[in-house]
Design a protein around this ligand. Sequence first.
Ligand SMILES: Cc1cc2nc3c(=O)[nH]c(=O)nc-3n(C[C@H](O)[C@H](O)[C@H](O)COP(=O)(O)O)c2cc1C
Length: 322
Amino acid sequence: MKTRLTERLGIAHPVIQAPMAFAAGGALAKAVSKAGALGMIGGGYGDAAWIEEQFAVASGGRIGCGFITWALAEKPELLDQAIELGAAAIFLSFGDPAPFAEKVRLADVPLICQIQTLRDARRAIEVGADVIVAQGAEAGGHGETRGTMALVPEIADEIARAGSAAVLCAAGGIADGRGLAASLMLGADGVVVGTRFWAAAEALAHPKIVAAALSADGDATLRTRVVDIVREIKWSERYSGRVLSNAFIQRWHGHENQLVRGIKVEAASWVRAQESGDTTIAAPFVGEAIGLVHDAPGAEDIVYSIVTSSRKLLACFDNVEA
Ligand SMILES: Cc1cc2nc3c(=O)[nH]c(=O)nc-3n(C[C@H](O)[C@H](O)[C@H](O)COP(=O)(O)O)c2cc1C
């Protein structure tokens, strides 16, 4: 399936697997790339040893690496590491990409910038992003408030107005062929998919937590700061994280100050719950698209299914009289 994105990144299908912190390791990235999409290691908050290990797991695969930009600013040497390890693309989200753009460009590696607002899209154009990812609030993990449906065409218009050569991906709520076909209709050249790949067989999510999420519907997610508070990670007020609700989230969402007061006890129990897969406490970062995810196949099957079904949908338009 050829688009401007496949040409720009040298891939067969216009699908990028989101660089999900703690969930997207080398095995997932390699499987996605093997299927002809672009797999990404989720460099997240930046752990040099883990990143090196995951590149080794993916060895032989053509994969990219993503970073949370404000965290990368605290450990900028990780960008050199990812480039040296042979990252096929660098994916930056949540912060100003400007301090890193030149290094990525000089290394001749495509720069992918994920944005949530028009203002950030203008910044990404300014720094010369090769790919701009317009992320709507339906997305799993961190993000802002705008919905994918109106954000994507508005960013497409802005890229055209600026005369930029950047290509555009949609992200947030895309889990199947319908999402890919719709994104192309909205003016995107491809998609970034997180939640669907979070439940892939190769992802690093806890099997008990994945099993519980497979029976959840999209109504069961919400945007909250509770998970960042309990993990004691200092995110800007701008961003919240979309998670699958559970007893822990219901207890603390709206009562964040109390959670801060009891943080020692709650943080320890959060860590234990992550390790044991206790779904009453450990709330995973997943998006509204979890309501479209009912199984945990291999990543290659996920790529083929998204692409095949979107091809069929798009073929219908050949038969429609204008
Ligand atoms: C489990 C999970 C972890 C994520 N972690 C990151 C991250 O570390 N860095 C990042 O740029 N985006 C992260 N995201 C957001 C994705 O980049 C992407 O915007 C989102 O998954 C797209 O929406 P979807 O989940 O509906 O497919 C994460 C998403 C999920 C589901």
